[in-house]
Design a binder for this molecule. Structure first.
Ligand code: PLP
Length: 442
């Protein structure tokens, strides 16, 4: 495509340095399997599954055809007081693959909407049970829960919060678990840090009282703030404390869902069952926007029985909740994940990926490498006075070498599609290694 066919200026790009980008654009025009094609015709190896979402690779024919078929059959149908088969089928499929009694699904269109939906359900649930004083929501420092007001309130990324005022009231935060002195160069779950969960009781319950706390929301593995893997025992302790104090536990699995950690979900891998799970991204392999909140039986049943007969139980929803095209994409994606055994493949490939990324540890400015399943974070020492600049330069140089990586702060995150071959892992990590040597010299 000729860049002169359109203007760069009118599109206000999200989470992007617009002026910098528009001076030197990086444009992708098509994709297949493990690669994007750039507008100058280069084949770019996707080391990030797009934005952590195309877990089965790009433009997979089964998913594309399902969307095309659906678009010709039922393009849209209202989701309020009307139904169409798609979301019922997806909910049934999710029930069959989620652990325990995570059996009921509410559909949204994104991870941000899933988070806000889960927070609202938590408040509504407690109120329905006659515990309406439970209004406090507990997030965690360095958490990312999307860009909407609920998500940035419980989230813990300062740049996403500082511009937007006081945010939701009644929100507090656990401290994050990242600690380079204790846990650097961890493979899988780090050994140190389970005790950080105790803060829920010793600081937050002590301060606010359990009778006022509705829910704790965390990413079981924090992705967007640089791949922070939960310390051994941490999630278990948080679960036990939530149970003890009647607090709901929400896992935001927008990134960890659908195979990223080498298991269908983080909850399956870690054996800790939250009360709600937020999903998006991989649910449709990124092909059509869709999010979901999967809740346990006690939540759904309480909500159904608390409201008077023949009345709406939850005043919440979106025009596109369970959209027909998204539902078709989700069903086809779940088929592809299962038929190709991608969760198992991710588990089997993980040790190879882990060894490859940890081979970078001696390179200039690398202060940590951490990994679990098919995700890794390579943290660089920041340039003095210029946080994030060194990693961003590495990102640009990688793109020049035909590989796409992602950076957050000074951490480079790798999360390739689960169909990646060993040879492609070598290419991805090899080129990143070359770049780190160059950036180190610069
Ligand atoms: C854990 C987590 N939650 C929520 C979101 C927000 O998802 P979306 O961008 O689809 O709104 C993201 C996006 O990266 C995420 O990583």
């Amino acid at each position: 495509m000729n860049p002169q066919d359109y203007q760069f200026d009118p599109f206000w790009m999200p989470f992007t340095a617009n002026r910098q980008f528009k001076k030197s654009p990086r444009m992708l025009v098509s994709a297949r399997d493990m690669h994007f094609i750039s507008d100058d015709g280069r084949k770019i190896l996707d080391g990030t599954s797009g934005l952590w979402c195309s877990n089965a690779g790009h433009c997979r024919p089964k998913i594309t055809e399902a969307i095309q078929r659906q678009a010709g059959e039922l393009d849209y149908a209202p989701a309020f007081q009307m139904g169409h088969p798609g979301p019922f089928k997806v909910a049934e499929r999710l029930k069959s693959i989620m652990p325990a009694d995570l059996d009921y699904t509410f559909f949204t269109n994104s991870g941000s909407e899933s988070v806000d939906t889960a927070l609202k359900i938590a408040l509504a649930y407690h109120r329905a049970r006659g515990e309406g004083t439970r209004r406090w929501l507990i997030g965690r420092e360095r958490g990312y829960h999307g860009a909407n007001f609920g998500g940035i309130s419980v989230g813990g990324m300062p740049a996403n919060r500082k511009t937007f005022g006081t945010l939701l009231s009644n929100v507090d935060h656990l401290q994050h678990t990242h600690n380079l002195e204790q846990n650097s160069f961890s493979r899988g779950q780090p050994a140190w840090g389970a005790h950080l969960a105790d803060e829920l009781e010793t600081r937050l319950v002590a301060l606010h009282d359990a009778s006022n706390i509705a829910a704790v929301i965390i990413e079981p593995m924090a992705g967007s703030t640089g791949v922070l893997v939960p310390p051994k025992g941490y999630l278990e302790r948080l679960r036990a404390l939530c149970d003890k104090h009647g607090i709901l536990l929400i896992f935001d699995e927008v990134i960890t869902g659908f195979g990223r950690l080498g298991a269908p979900f983080a909850t399956s891998l870690f054996g800790v069952v939250p009360d709600m799970v937020c999903l998006a991204k991989g649910l449709t392999n990124g092909a059509v926007p869709m999010g979901a909140v999967v809740v346990r039986k006690h939540i759904y049943e309480n909500m159904m029985t608390a409201a008077p007969e023949n009345t709406i139980e939850l005043f919440h929803g979106y025009t596109y909740s369970g959209h027909p095209l998204a539902a078709a994409a989700a069903l086809a994606s779940l088929d592809v994940f299962e038929q190709e055994g991608l969760y198992e493949r991710a588990r089997e490939l993980a040790p190879y990926f882990e060894n490859a990324v940890h081979s970078l540890r001696e390179l200039p400015h690398v202060i940590d490498v951490r990994s679990i399943g098919m995700v890794a974070g390579i943290e660089l020492e920041p340039l003095a006075g210029k946080p994030a600049a060194r990693a961003f330069e590495a990102f640009l140089r990688c793109f020049d070498k035909d590989v796409l990586v992602r950076t957050t702060g000074d951490t480079i995150a790798l999360s390739p599609p689960l169909i990646i071959s060993k040879q492609q892992i070598d290419e991805l990590v090899g080129k990143l290694g070359d770049v780190l040597r160059e950036v180190g010299r610069a």
